[in-house]
Design a protein around this ligand. Structure first.
Ligand code: ZN
Length: 88
């Protein structure tokens, strides 16, 4: 593994954290069809190059709107405990 690979520390919902290391991947952008080599953290491969992702304003606006709506719904309806309540 190269020494200059970027790393990041992720914290899970359960409260523990670990460090993940990016790997160098090559992929073809599904929008402009250019071949891209980039650092990539574990997960699904990106479909678009960074330029196309940053240039897609509409997508990011829609995503922000959906995220905002989801957060709002969560605030309005907090998750309920699952299962039968225990007897005191
Ligand atoms: Zn592209």
């Amino acid at each position: 593994m190269p020494d200059n690979a970027p790393t990041k520390t992720v914290t899970t919902k359960r409260g523990y954290s670990r460090t993940v290391t990016a790997t160098s991947i090559s992929y073809q952008c599904q929008w402009c069809y250019q071949s891209v080599t980039a650092w990539h953290f574990p997960g699904p491969k990106p479909a678009y190059c960074e330029d196309c992702r940053n240039g897609d304003i509409h997508r990011s606006v829609a995503a922000a709107s959906i995220a905002r709506k989801r957060d709002q719904e969560r605030t309005d309806n907090p998750p309920r405990p699952v299962g039968r309540p225990r007897k005191a």
